[in-house]
Design a protein around this ligand. Structure first.
Ligand SMILES: Cc1ncc(COP(=O)(O)O)c(C=O)c1O
Length: 400
């Protein structure tokens, strides 16, 4: 009998090698209690959270929590059905209405996760004879959507406008073209040059989809994302987003002004063939989205936090993913996986949680300590975080 697990042998060896050094498993941490968007108990210790993507800190917002409890009482714990059968409740409609208002767009479709939103929209609109031109550093859900639809995939070098243009010009005459971009790339926290890229895509007759998972709620005057901040949102055909970051719950969505958009509800398999989100989840999402419309002060404070952490880490001597803070993600580049894991553990022992990211999820085989800031982090907490980085960095010889 062939062992279907033999393909994982290299990964198993890498994991065992890492754990044999005695380091805590960075991919197996348990949050024993969560006290707020910025503090949890891990290994019995108070831990500051700096790796949750809970950018706007909505998870403990009293209105959001109250909306979830009310929906749980009034509509029960789950829908037990697909959106196209018994799974569309009043709350799903209200959630889609909140998204339409938030983005000022005609259509909104809610999925059970952001992963499924990319999977569903991309695979449904771009099929076998169509071309998808995408940034090589795109999220796994984008690649999986391309594969599911069986489209021709044409990757281009990360954030390279000329490379995008060249690839577009090589697409056969008359073929369907979809350019897929992200507002913020979550590994290094850098943003896309959407103004130029959307222009190039349109000049070459392509439709454009932008995944704003890491920018919704925070970037842009109204928190609509990088496309808004760079003044091209009206030229973007589809915006994909998630409720699992700034919105503070779980779910995904696509918004669009395309006049035929609603037909997707009947043909998009990851929308049709799965159960819809529980009523409590869509109620929390709708409440959160509406509050995010009026959160300019929180957005301003989150920018302050991002700038403060970026400047402080640089001053300590850490190598960072971007020269300037471009989003609420600050990536600290580690020399290798062993040092990264040691630093991750040293930070945890100091009382700080960050994400350890390693190849193949990272670009250029980098090991990263990814920090994501929250609008609920106080300036004092950011200073405390910097103190922890200084201590852990010296203990692991990452800085002198
Ligand atoms: C760019 C991007 N798109 C989509 C997703 C998927 O979102 P969700 O957690 O809702 O499945 C993520 C999540 O990490 C992401 O980073």
């Amino acid at each position: 009998m062939s062992d279907l697990f033999s393909k994982f042998d290299d990964l198993i060896a890498m994991r065992e090698g890492l754990l044999s050094t005695g380091v805590t498993d960075p991919f197996n941490l348990v949050m024993e209690k969560v006290e707020s968007p910025t503090v949890a108990i891990c290994n019995g210790r108070r831990t500051i959270l700096l790796g949750t993507y809970n950018y706007m800190g909505m998870t403990f917002d009293p209105d959001v929590v109250a909306a979830g409890k009310k929906a749980l009482d009034e509509f029960g714990s789950g829908t037990t059905g697909s959106r196209v059968l018994n799974g569309t409740y009043q709350g799903h409609r209200e959630c889609e209405d909140a998204l339409k208002d938030f983005y000022a767009m005609d259509h909104a479709m809610v999925f059970s996760t952001g992963y499924q939103a990319n999977l569903g929209i991309i695979s449904t609109i771009a099929g076998k004879d169509d071309y998808i031109i995408l940034d090589i550093d795109s999220h796994a859900s984008i690649y999986d959507g391309c594969a599911m639809g069986n489209a021709q995939i044409v990757p281009f070098r990360h954030n390279d406008i000329e490379a995008l243009e060249k690839r577009l010009k090589r697409v056969p005459e008359g073929a369907g073209k979809l350019v897929v971009l992200e507002g913020v790339y979550s590994m290094l926290g850098d943003i896309a040059p959407l103004r130029e890229m959307v222009r190039v895509a349109k000049e070459n007759g392509a439709m454009v989809l932008v995944d704003e998972a890491h920018s919704m709620g925070f970037i842009g005057e109204n928190g609509r994302g990088v496309a808004e901040a760079q003044g091209v949102i009206d030229d973007v055909d589809f915006i994909i987003g998630t409720f699992s970051k700034s919105v503070g719950t779980v779910g995904g969505f696509c918004v669009s002004n395309h006049p035929k958009f609603e037909i997707l509800r009947l043909v998009c398999r990851p929308y049709v063939f799965t159960a819809s989100l529980p009523p409590s989840v869509v109620a929390t999402a709708a409440t959160s989205i509406r509050k995010l419309m009026n959160s300019a002060d929180k957005r301003a404070h989150l920018w302050e936090n991002s700038k403060r952490l970026h400047a402080g880490l640089r001053q300590l001597g850490f190598k960072l993913g971007t020269d300037e803070p471009q989003s609420a993600i600050i990536a600290v580049i580690m020399p290798d996986l062993e040092t990264g894991a040691a630093m991750w553990e040293a930070l945890l022992n100091e009382g700080l949680y960050v994400n350890l990211a390693r190849p193949p999820a990272t670009p250029a085989n980098m090991t990263l300590l990814r920090c994501s800031l929250c609008a609920e982090h106080t300036s004092e907490q950011v200073d405390e975080i910097l103190g922890m980085f200084a201590a852990a960095g010296r203990a692991t010889n990452c800085i002198s």
